[in-house]
Design a protein around this ligand. Sequence first.
Ligand SMILES: Cc1ncc(COP(=O)(O)O)c(C=O)c1O
Length: 389
Amino acid sequence: MYKKRETFLPYAVPLIDDEDINEVVETLKSGWVAKGPRTIEFEKRFAEYTGAKYAVAMNSATAALHIALIAGGVKPGDEVITTPITFAATANTIIHVGATPVFVDVDPETFCIDANKIEEKITDKTTAIVPVHYTGHACDMDKIRAIAEKYDLFVSEDAAHAIDTFYKGDLIGKKGDCASFSFYATKNICTGEGGMLTTNSEDIAEKARVMSTHGMSKAAWNRYGKGGAWRYDIEYPGHKYNMFDIQAALAKTQMNKLSAMQDRRKEIVKKYEEGFSMLDGIKLPPEADYTTHSWHLYVVRLELDKLTIDRDKFIELMGEANIGTSVHFIPVHLMSYYRENFGYKEGDFPVAESYFDTILSLPLYPKMTDEDVQDVINTVTHIISNYHK
Ligand SMILES: Cc1ncc(COP(=O)(O)O)c(C=O)c1O
């Protein structure tokens, strides 16, 4: 039965418990708060977890995406293929290396980049593809890797949503040129801000390490420790993108909880699937046979032809009922910078644009109680019933 919530239910909240707090306090007391042993330990653990040979910790996935393109040799004037249904960081970092983002429409089933449409956008300037495992649903990587091999392109996977996403039985991050993960506040593990680049290439890992710490030669982080050498060289005018130990402290305790937090996400998804199974007017998120979803986001599509309201009004009504929602994502090609500088316009990517008109992200995070989940189900059901044609 629908009843308006008394308190606001945010669309996402991290799960921070005493274990996390104690580990951060311990780190503060240890005196080593910048990049140090905890960051190195987290890199090792994340490599073991994903099965990748190398992991380089950064202060965000945006930093990792930027460094990935530099390490992959993408240069000014190059073209890099990606999807319009992503956060702006994916495309902004392509511009940061002086390259041009070239969008390819999304697949009408999975809403990840449509691998069947990539080849038609390849020119002699194309040097890389940045597929996004959108919401935690893997892209069709076999097709993308085959194209990359045929045209000798670098593949930098945007795995910001894809901790615990599987592609054909393999965790994302262990195959391919490199993958960039996010540990931002709303992500499946949270370090406040944070990211990780994983790769099987020693060359990419070494470049990523150097370029994320000013371009300084080896082991720069340890230059103030016992035995650390004061002399260093700058091999490249790099960036200050490294993770630091306060973030890594949180990463340690968040990784301890990852499996339990993922179980809770899956439980909530099951409740949504059951709760919405008889509801006419929305479509639930897809999960193709080849992937196991990480359920970072739960994006539903409104069947607008069956409703008397649009998506924006739906979000307003959810807000009035004290339930937070979000939209992932406004297609990047429609942002003013992209329109003005690259000539993108409405109608360029019809699947992405009509998808965008219908979507909203419902709350999905381990901290939600069963009552919270039921409130979301009741509210969505109430709105759909009230505004059904
Ligand atoms: C698809 C995608 N890529 C990249 C990022 C950037 O991640 P970060 O905030 O860790 O820089 C985000 C952040 O939400 C994202 O959703």
